[in-house]
Design a protein around this ligand. Structure first.
Ligand code: SRM
Ligand code: SF4
Length: 557
């Protein structure tokens, strides 16, 4: 809800006066200051860049009267998470030379660099550009990186959707040339005129009220958490119209403790579309959101609130009006499971791929020159492969010739990359957001505390006799929910510096929200709270029943 004043959020004015996302970014980037002005920081997000500071040293710096340690995070939008060997090597070089030495795979199949200095932002962007990569529109009030099941990307059987994430990225990217002027050429390219007629797209001058997320699910599995999205596309076959997409809309997981009328919501079915109708339906939904979404309160500006506040029927009628035709009824949405894409698999064209676990998405070495980062670098240097980032922060190395299997196995083993068979049942699917020290919104640790929580929970599983049964754990440093704890079997959500809320009962199909089970637990208390529930799962659970399903069937009060 707005505060009643209906005053536009300050960010709306910044967008409006930004000259198509330029503002004074070029001047600010050229100054000798290590940071940028507030207005520029907001605009920077549209270019995929977040101004941050190293929160580990905040206090000691303040005590010493020193300024913040200003650093930047750059998010590279990678539709469907698909990269070539050359692109992977480019990312690896950047991590080494311009960032903190790590490549951070995200829950939306993008890549983040942390710890970048202001003076490196333009050269980093130019390097991305030279490898057909960009951070533009990875953040900001626009269509974000489109997520797509990695099996859809690599399977021949799904060639009709293989290019869809790229297509959506191209079609719904803002038209402005600002990014290329400011970050790639350094100055306005001579051939570029800045007339509105060239730069104007359906976004208009103030873009969307907030971010907008699209995912394309596999028809048979839900690794993308399709119902957590503003818009989900599920490839489906209509009995009369043939192949197309079942469209769901209005999902989103973020909440705010400060604002009790914020909530997580699963997307609801809108319509079935044929491939030729798809762009028009996406555009109609975006325009409805653009025109009617809340621009006064950014905490309540996501499309899910518009859908709920307006009422689904009226909201759908508004979309239909902008679409200009009646929307067809959707097909039933049935989600059965989520594949983690780990381990070896043979593709239809007889090439191979191997999915590798990446703890909290952080690709780095254990020691200099040895570890996952070096292993992937060696593979990318030696062969023309495909690297697919998954929505579980993992990586699939694909397009491996059958005769290269032993080479890949040898490289991975030499660098100590663990085989999927050696992963524990908790570790295998655990996710965490970056949280401290980079995220400005973090209330508590997440990524850095994940390994010890995984290990403690695995011990609990072991001594309760559950051993390697799967338990899906997702941890975040605040309720924004970046690692999607709101749909996890076990969601651990930062509440204060030293406490977490425990959510239980989401599931592997991603079709159910988890329920708040216990508030303000210290992290060390979590295994003990879970233990009696796990014992009952072992004793009373049905054959192959997951913990999330058991919790909802038996334990939920
Ligand atoms: Fe997120 C904000 C990291 C996926 C909901 N998210 C942030 C910021 C940029 C913090 C900030 O605003 O200052 C985090 C950067 C921290 C850092 O130091 O890197 C951040 N979000 C991430 C990533 C990297 C988590 C990860 O471990 O992979 C994911 C990057 C996605 C990408 O590549 O585009 C990421 N964020 C998500 C998801 C999951 C998803 O999209 O599938 C969600 C929940 C779904 C949703 O959007 O509802 C999510 N992030 C948020 C929110 C809450 C938004 C809301 O309106 O409810 C914020 C806060 C905000 O936007 O103001 C946020
Ligand atoms: Fe930051 Fe919160 Fe997202 Fe974690 S969930 S990255 S703490 S905004």
């Amino acid at each position: 809800m707005s505060d009643g004043s209906n005053a536009l959020a300050a960010e709306e004015g910044i967008k409006l006066s930004s000259k198509n996302l330029r503002g004074s970014l070029l001047e600010d980037l050229g100054s000798s200051e290590p940071n940028l002005s507030g207005h520029s920081e907001h605009l920077l997000k549209f270019h995929g860049i977040y101004a941050q500071d190293n929160r580990d040293v905040r206090r000691e710096r303040a005590q010493a009267g020193e300024p913040l340690e200003h650093i930047f995070m750059i998010r590279v939008a990678i539709p469907g998470g698909r990269l070539s060997s050359r692109q992977w090597l480019c990312l690896d070089d950047i991590a080494e030379e311009l960032a903190d030495g790590s490549i951070r795979l995200t829950t939306r199949q993008a890549v983040q660099f942390h710890g970048v200095l202001k003076f490196s932002l333009q050269s980093l962007s130019a390097r991305l550009h030279s490898h057909a990569l960009t951070s533009f529109a990875a953040c900001g009030d626009v269509v974000r990186n489109t997520v797509m099941c990695s099996s859809l990307v690599s399977d021949d059987a799904h060639t009709h959707v293989t290019e869809l994430a790229d297509h959506i990225a191209r079609t719904f990217k803002p038209a402005t040339q600002a990014h290329w002027e400011i970050f790639v050429n350094g100055e306005r390219a001579a051939s570029i005129e800045t007339g509105d007629e060239i730069e104007h797209s359906f976004y208009g001058d103030t873009y969307l009220p907030r971010k907008f997320k699209i995912a394309i699910a596999h028809p048979d599995e839900n690794c993308v958490d399709v119902l957590a999205q503003d818009m989900g596309l599920i490839p489906s076959v209509h009995p009369e119209l043939g192949a197309g997409y079942n469209v769901v809309i209005g999902g989103g997981l973020g909440r705010s403790y400060a604002q009790p009328d914020t909530f997580a919501r699963l997307a609801t079915p809108l319509t079935f579309v044929t491939p030729v109708e798809l762009d028009d339906v996406i555009r109609a939904v975006l325009i409805t959101y653009r025109d009617l979404g809340d621009r006064t309160n950014r905490r309540r500006a996501r499309m899910k609130y518009l859908a709920v506040d307006m009422g689904i029927e009226r909201f759908y009628a508004e979309i239909e009006q902008r679409y200009g035709r009646a929307l067809r009824a959707p097909l039933p949405v049935v989600l059965t499971q989520a594949d983690d894409h780990l381990g070896w698999r043979t593709l239809n064209d007889a090439t191979l791929e191997v999915g590798l676990r990446v703890g909290a998405g952080r690709v780095r070495d254990d020691t200099k020159g040895r570890g996952l980062r070096s292993a992937l670098r060696e593979l990318a240097s030696a062969r023309a492969l495909r690297f697919l980032i998954t929505p579980q922060q993992d990586i699939v190395v694909s397009a491996i010739a059958p005769e290269d299997r032993s080479f890949v196995v040898e490289v991975l083993a030499r660098h100590g990359v663990r085989d999927v068979a050696d992963l524990g049942g908790v570790e295998r699917s655990a996710l965490a957001c970056p949280a401290l020290p980079t995220c400005g919104q973090a209330l508590a640790e997440a990524e850095r505390r994940l390994p010890s929580l995984v290990s403690d929970l695995q011990s609990t599983m072991d001594h309760t006799g559950l051993g390697q049964r799967r338990l899906q754990l997702r941890m975040t440093g605040c309720p924004n929910g970046c690692a999607r704890p709101a749909v996890a079997e076990v969601g651990v959500v930062g509440r204060t510096k030293n406490s977490y809320d425990l959510y239980l009962g989401g599931g592997l199909r991603g079709d159910r929200l988890a329920t708040l089970h216990h508030e303000k637990l210290k992290i060390d208390e979590i295994p003990a709270v879970l233990e009696p529930l796990l014992v009952r799962w072992r004793e009373e659970g049905l054959v192959d029943e997951s913990f999330g399903d058991f919790y909802v069937r038996v334990l939920l009060p």
